[in-house]
Design a protein. Structure first.
Length: 271
C-alpha cells in the first residue's frame, strides 16, 4: 500500500533527524541555500497569482510548489528541522552541539539563499536599478515587508506577541507538511499530503522565518522604509522563536511521542 501509518511515520521522523544531523557543513549550506531561494521563488509566484486575480487564495494555492520541491529533493529547511533534529537530542542519539550546529548552518544557508534570490529578483525586475517605478508584484512585496515589520512595531509589545503567535501557528502547519509527506510512498501522494498544510498557513497569513528572509530584504531593495534593525527586531528573531515552538511542540514532540514511543500494555484487572 502507498499509505504509511502514523507509527511508521514516527520512526521515519527519527531516521530523518539522524540523517540530517550527520550531514556536513558544506551539504547543510548548499541544501539550505537552495531551499531559501526556492521559497523566495514560490513567494514571487504566489504574489503574481494574487495580483493578477485579486484573490489571495490563488496565491496560497500555488505557493506550496517550492516547498514540494524541497521535500522531494531532500533539501534543508530550518523550520522543518525545528521539529525533527531536537527529537534525536531528546532521545540522546545526538549531542546538543550536533543539534545546534545543524540548525545554525541550515538557518545560515536559508538566509544566504533567500537574500541572494532577493538580489537576483531585484536585478531582473528593475533591470539593474534602471527601472525605478515598482511593478505590481514589487509593490506588493514592499507593502508586505512594511506590514511584517513596521506594522507589528506600531502596536508595541502586542504587535510582537502577534508575530510570535503567528510564527507558532505557521510552523505547526509547515512541519505538518513535512510529516504528512512521510505518510505516502508515492510521489503524487507526497505532493498532495505536503501541500495541504502549506496552503493553510499561507492562506491564513501566518509568519514563516524563511519566507521573511526573502520578503523583507526584497522589500528593502525595492524601497520599503524598513531598516535592518526593523527586519530583525520587529520580525525575524521573534518569528523564528515562534517557529521553533510551533514546529517542535505541536508537531515533532506531539507526533513522535504519541506514536513513536513503545507503550507498556495495560495490566489486566485482577479477578
Amino acid at each position: 500500500m502507498d499509505y504509511v501509518s502514523p507509527k511508521e511515520v514516527a520512526q521515519t521522523m527519527m531516521s530523518a533527524a539522524l540523517s540530517k544531523s550527520s550531514l556536513s557543513i558544506r551539504d547543510l549550506l548548499i541544501r539550505g541555500c537552495l531551499s531559501g531561494a526556492l521559497l523566495g521563488i514560490s513567494v514571487t509566484l504566489a504574489y503574481l497569482a494574487t495580483t493578477q486575480t485579486s484573490l489571495p487564495l490563488a496565491g496560497a494555492l500555488v505557493f506550496p510548489v517550492g516547498f514540494i520541491i524541497i521535500v522531494l529533493l531532500g533539501l534543508e529547511l530550518v523550520t522543518g528541522s525545528f521539529s525533527l533534529i531536537p527529537l534525536a537530542f531528546f532521545e540522546k542519539k545526538i549531542t546538543a552541539y550536533s543539534m545546534l550546529k545543524n540548525l545554525f548552518w541550515v538557518f545560515t544557508g536559508n538566509l544566504i539563499g533567500s537574500v541572494l534570490f532577493a538580489a537576483l529578483f531585484w536585478s531582473a525586475s528593475s533591470e539593474m536599478g534602471t527601472i525605478t517605478q515598482p511593478g505590481t508584484i514589487e509593490q506588493m512585496i514592499i507593502k508586505v515587508a512594511e506590514k511584517k515589520t513596521l506594522g507589528y512595531a506600531s502596536h508595541g509589545s502586542a504587535g510582537l506577541l502577534s508575530a510570535f503567535v503567528k510564527g507558532i501557528l505557521c510552523n505547526w502547519m509547515v512541519c505538518m507538511g513535512v510529516v504528512m509527506a512521510m505518510t505516502s510512498k508515492s510521489t503524487p501522494g507526497k505532493i498532495i499530503a505536503a501541500a495541504i498544510p502549506i496552503f493553510i498557513f499561507f492562506a491564513l497569513g501566518y509568519e514563516h522565518a524563511v519566507v521573511n528572509m526573502f520578503v523583507i530584504p526584497a522589500g528593502m531593495m525595492f524601497g520599503a522604509k524598513v531598516s535592518f534593525s526593523d527586519w530583525w527586531l520587529s520580525n525575524q528573531l521573534i518569528v523564528t522563536l515562534g517557529n521553533i515552538i510551533g514546529g517542535l511542540l505541536f508537531t515533532g514532540v506531539a507526533i513522535y511521542y504519541t506514536y513513536g514511543k513503545e507503550k507498556s500494555p495495560l495490566a489486566s484487572p485482577s479477578v
